[in-house]
Design a protein around this ligand. Structure first.
Ligand code: GAL
Length: 737
């Protein structure tokens, strides 16, 4: 036999309580409803909901059919994430328990499964248990509940590969792989271990060896020198496919991983990737989505990496404050988005048992994610916690023991903190719109020498901003991000800065705007950008694409006192011209004086003379030039009226099988397809065919636009999406194959 992994995400029954009786086959399915994974215990409204609503103990049940043939093998049920604690039963017998909602675990059912139908039951405790990180204090995010990541049935030979740790060596141009073998049955004889490394389907390296009895446990294989090694880089993230096989008799245990060759170094003089200095420019990400919280499938998780890398132009993300979806990380590998991944937690440190779970989290996180080339740093401290010598000595020890290739960091909000990690990582919220954008790293660390240093949060709660706030607030929000990034880029001893945060997020009542949302993102919860996203996008090389994001709605009376006053254009162009009608108002170069640190300084225009309160108003055109050539333009209407309702799915093709989803953005736009920023009217959404809407079908446009996610039924076919607002109906079609 050969390792076989079969997703078991469909066919589950769910109930919002638990009773011992549910463990029994004879217990009728009354009160259970069919669900598919990923699943959230309760869908919540967009805002203004009680976070206690989804915090209860629930039951998931599924029939597992097992054949006599399968029973010759070892059988596991692999859970990728269950929030927050669970007990797994097969045929009434407890086969696994797990504490913590962000890391995977497996339940071996080999000895309990029998031929025919077996009953798999998972008792899920989604309450905020103070004994499990991140809980015990208050937490500025929401963890939702349920089996919110995928589950699979895995069949293995008696001896099998339980994990592989690949160490791509750039200097030696080879790959060394440590293989962990589980041989609980104590088979004797010779087992052969081999790996093959491929790039784009072509084998580039191999290694093999004989696994002897003495070697049981961990075994190391090293390849020959690899010719024409392609490096993993942020602009060219070359990936290799690794397949490791353990052969024993006629049985093969197989494990695959994707790896990348890169040399990443954090020094007191900054971050170096493959020998080149790279200024880290990132944002923190919560893995939350409206209504369903964490329970989104692979495509939606992965899409965030695309948005962050390709739309916002970031080179870095911090998975605040927990290990995130493997699909998101896979996509980070593919798009070249560097990752700082950290353990679950938020300011609070619990008792010794709590710390033990936290140490387990370090281990589980690194053992799950070891092979991602995008991960350059492990966060092994509870976000913004106080010093705790023994605890953090231990988290660092564990991290270094498992991974000798990556440094550790630990995210702080305190200065002069005991420095037990390799990199001092600090949430520096000093910027209040005044002159100081960031503090000097030595002022923060209190050390005599500069150390490897990264700013891991800024802005955030210091300036919450809604996507549909007034223009002056949106402008200042963007400027604050620009000033901090400018400072981070200017500071030679900082590796860079990661801001708070990418997307607005639901939170507890103790935080946010009272409606259970922190409006801290450069984009809203629907991933629709605010002007601050333009700060980052404008740093994209013009060779990739020209960017021109004015921080204005172009309206005569939007700002206090009227007139355009200062308009900032976030752009990678070297000159911006403004026209009103056919008349050129002026041209401006990037403001190198105030933003010298940025690769592409914003263009700051004084348009106060342009029009005053009471003057006639007209259309405008902003043109971006590079080396004298016009490369991009943006038009504004002087008479913005609804002309079209745009309905734009992120994907036109989805997959049948396990449920899949895509976002659909609905925008009420004017003649130039600019979103009407103060349209707050009703929109009716409908989906027909092989899909349904996640969330309500009647919504309000928020600042001219809204998005929703369409969820497939699992069947192949067509999904017809339609939206109506202001009497305009627009349709779009998605194929499910
Ligand atoms: C930080 C914290 C984040 C978030 C942020 C808001 O202190 O680490 O999780 O709450 O503040 O600005």
């Amino acid at each position: 036999m050969k390792t076989l992994v079969t997703p078991i995400n469909r066919g589950w029954m769910f109930r919002e309580d638990f009773d011992e009786a549910y463990l029994d086959f004879s217990c009728p399915a009354i009160g259970f409803r069919p669900v598919a994974l990923p699943h959230t215990t309760k869908e919540v409204p967009f805002n203004y909901f009680d976070e206690k609503d989804y915090q209860f103990i629930s039951t998931y049940r599924r029939v597992l059919s097992v054949t006599a043939e399968q029973l010759k093998n070892r059988l596991f049920v692999d859970f990728e994430g269950v929030m927050v604690a669970c007990d797994v039963y097969l045929n009434g017998e407890l086969v696994a328990s797990h504490l913590g909602g962000f890391t995977p675990f497996s339940a071996e059912i080999t000895d309990v499964a029998h031929e025919g139908e077996n009953l798999l039951v998972v008792r899920v405790d989604s309450t905020e248990r103070p004994d499990i990180p991140p809980f015990g204090g208050t937490v500025d995010y929401i963890c939702y509940g349920g089996i919110y990541r995928e589950v699979a049935l895995r069949e293995e030979p008696r001896a099998f590969i339980s994990n592989v740790f690949a160490r791509p060596n750039v200097a030696e141009k080879n790959l060394s792989v440590t293989v962990r073998v589980d041989d609980a049955t104590g088979l004797g004889g010779e087992e052969r271990l081999a790996f093959v490394l491929c790039r784009e389907g072509v084998t580039v390296a191999r290694a093999e060896g004989v696994l002897t009895v003495e070697d049981r446990g961990e075994y190391r294989l090293v390849s020959e020198k690899i010719e024409n090694l392609a490096l993993w880089d942020i602009d060219n993230p070359a990936l290799y496919d690794l397949t490791v096989e353990l052969t024993c008799g006629g049985d093969i245990s197989q494990k695959t991983a994707r790896v990348g060759f890169r040399d990443a170094r954090l020094t007191a003089d900054g971050f170096f990737l493959n020998g080149k200095r790279v200024k880290l420019m990132g944002l923190d990400r919560h893995q939350q989505f409206p209504y369903v919280g964490y329970a989104m499938p692979a495509r939606v998780q992965a899409r965030d990496a695309d948005i962050m890398r390709n739309e916002f132009g970031l080179n870095c993300v911090r998975t605040s404050h927990y290990p995130q979806s493997r699909h998101f990380l896979d996509r980070c590998d593919e798009v070249g988005l560097l990752v700082l991944e950290e353990i679950p937690g938020w300011q609070h440190i619990g008792d010794e048992n709590w710390k033990k779970i936290s140490c387990d989290n370090v281990r589980e996180m690194i053992e799950r994610d070891f092979n991602h080339p995008s991960i350059f740093l492990w966060g092994v401290r509870i976000n913004e916690s106080q010093d705790d010598h023994d605890f953090y000595t231990e988290t660092n020890r564990i991290a270094h023991e498992i991974d000798d290739t990556r440094p550790t960091g630990g995210i702080r909000a305190i200065c002069n903190s005991e420095f037990l990690e390799d990199v001092y990582t600090m949430n520096d919220f000093i910027h209040d719109g005044g002159k100081v954008a960031l503090r000097d790293p030595k002022e923060i660390t209190g050390l005599d020498e500069y150390t490897p240093y990264i700013v891991t949060e800024y802005c955030g709660h210091t300036y919450p901003t809604k996507r549909y706030d007034n223009e002056e607030r949106l402008q200042e929000h963007a400027l604050r991000h620009a000033r901090v990034q400018n400072q981070a880029h200017s500071e030679p001893h900082s590796a860079g800065a990661i801001g708070w945060c990418a997307f607005d997020y639901n939170t507890h009542r103790d935080f946010g705007s009272g409606d259970r949302i922190c409006y801290h993102g450069v984009a809203d919860m629907f991933r629709i950008a605010k002007p601050a996203a333009g700060v980052y996008a404008s740093q994209i090389s013009p060779d990739v694409r020209p960017v021109l994001v004015p921080d204005s709605y172009w309206a005569i009376g939007e700002k206090s006192g009227g007139g355009m006053k200062t308009v900032v254009v976030y752009t990678n162009c070297d000159c911006v011209k403004v026209f009103v009608g056919d008349c050129e108002v002026g041209q401006w170069a990037p403001d190198q004086e105030h933003f010298a640190g940025l690769d592409h300084a914003p263009v700051v225009m004084d348009l106060s003379e342009l029009a005053l309160w009471g003057d006639a108003w007209g259309d405008a055109r902003f043109e971006g030039f590079l080396n004298g050539k016009k490369v991009i333009e943006k038009n504004f209407s002087g008479n913005p009226l609804p002309k079209k309702l745009l309905v734009e799915p992120d994907d036109r093709r989805l997959c049948a099988g396990d449920w899949d989803a895509t976002r659909v953005v609905v925008r009420l736009v004017d003649e130039f397809e600019n979103t009407l920023p103060y349209a707050f009217e009703p929109a009716e959404l409908s989906v027909e065919g092989e899909g349904t809407i996640i969330g309500p079908g009647s919504v309000s446009l928020l600042g001219g636009c809204i998005a929703f996610w369409v969820k497939t039924t699992g069947n192949p076919g067509t999904v017809r999406v339609s939206a109506t607002a202001r009497g305009i109906t627009t349709q779009a079609e998605i194929t499910v194959k």
